[in-house]
Write a protein that binds this ligand. Structure first.
Ligand code: SAM
Ligand code: SF4
Ligand code: SF4
Length: 339
């Protein structure tokens, strides 16, 4: 059967699989509190259940998987899941987004299990700033993890959320660091997603401002073609280095969005900002495997989400949800539905 297309004609091509809502960091823009209402552990899909469920998505069009969280590497035995996913004959791209803290000891096993590529979040090169931003003292572990990931041969991307007055003085040092590592850096605009309960418009460094600042410091920037449905717009610096900007806040790319999200307890969300998800764990655990593809397909066919564009249209924009609302509905959290 053909892949599903939503109400705007967007195909379903890519699935972000959150394997845990837990995390070993407390980034201010994502999990500013110390404690959360976590998903009960018996609600988490087993690796076998995840592997079965992704088949329903593949039948509806998915050909790329990104494993995320929370922090995916805190999920025990994660390379076993990667091994199961890597064997899927329909899979064209298997990637993982991590904060890098546990990457050092796991990089070789992930590579061996068949993971294609890695994205590591790195917002600062300064250990003290890292502690202020994440509440933890593990900056060196991230740097060691990155070195090990490069050593075992992973194609690498670095993701940096830029916040005014926090790390916006590190744009060029971060680009230089990425170049030394052989990685491509993407600057991400600070987003007002669930979890970003302290989000303020004035803390966002926009795409336009980033481009202007980089051009002033590094010279002319050449836009690169061929973005497709990718969130990042790519540019080339004069010295040939490429970098990306993910302008989800000021210039959203909902029109080409082919991404679905699955929480660690098997709830499908069709947008980062969607307030209602679809429970797939119950039919999966009932043994109703054949119904799953129909459920995924039907949900995608009815999809009309353009969450970031709708946020942009708001006149008075603040955080998506206050902490009290997130406590009632933890699946609204960025760390639950996967970034
Ligand atoms: N824990 C992993 C990590 O940090 O890479 C994976 C999950 S995390 C939710 C995925 C991505 O979302 C990270 O690159 C993170 O920086 C980004 N993110 C989280 N909150 C954000 C926000 N408020 N604005 C922009 N990006 C955000
Ligand atoms: Fe954890 Fe990633 Fe969220 Fe930071 S961005 S708190 S590392 S899930
Ligand atoms: Fe896709 Fe929703 Fe993000 Fe827009 S806001 S790009 S529809 S996930």
């Amino acid at each position: 059967m053909n892949g599903a297309r939503d109400t705007f004609g967007r195909p379903l091509r890519s699935l972000r699989l959150s394997v845990t809502d837990r995390c070993n960091l407390r980034c201010k823009y994502c999990m500013p509190e110390e404690n959360y209402r976590w998903l009960p552990s018996d609600h988490l899909l087993s690796f076998e259940e995840t592997s079965e469920l992704v088949e329903a998505f593949a039948a509806a069009g998915v050909e790329a998987l990104r494993v995320t969280g929370g922090e995916p590497l805190v999920r025990r035995e994660l390379p076993v899941l990667i091994g199961l996913l890597a064997q899927k004959p329909w899979l064209r791209d298997l990637s993982l987004t991590t904060n890098g803290v546990l990457l050092g000891p796991l990089a070789a096993a992930l590579r061996q299990a068949g993971l294609h590529r890695l994205t590591v979040s790195l917002d600062t090169l300064e250990a003290t700033r890292f502690r202020q931003l994440t509440g933890r003292d593990t900056h060196q572990a991230v740097l060691d993890g990155l070195a090990e990931a490069a050593r075992v041969g992973f194609p690498l991307k670095l993701d940096t959320v830029v916040m005014r007055g926090v790390n916006d003085d590190e744009l060029v040092p971060l680009l230089d660091f990425a170049a030394r590592l052989g990685a491509e850096l993407r600057f991400i605009e600070y987003m007002d997603v669930g979890g970003a309960t302290r989000w303020r418009q004035e803390d966002v460094v926009s795409r336009a401002e980033l481009l202007q600042r980089l051009a002033t410091q590094l010279g002319e920037l050449e836009p690169l073609a061929g973005r497709g449905s990718a969130p990042a717009e790519r540019f080339r610096l004069r010295d040939g280095r490429a970098f990306g900007i993910i302008a989800s806040t000021t210039q959203p790319f909902c029109g080409a969005c082919d991404r679905a999200r699955l929480t660690a307890d098997g709830t499908l969300f069709t947008c980062l900002y969607a307030t209602a998800g679809l429970d797939l764990k119950t039919p999966l655990r009932r043994g109703d495997g054949p119904a799953l593809e129909a459920l995924v397909r039907e949900r995608w066919l009815g999809r009309g989400d353009r969450g970031a564009e709708q946020r942009l249209a708001l006149l008075d924009r603040g955080p998506l949800a206050p902490a009290a609302v997130l406590r009632e509905e933890p699946r609204l959290e960025m760390h639950t539905r996967g970034g």
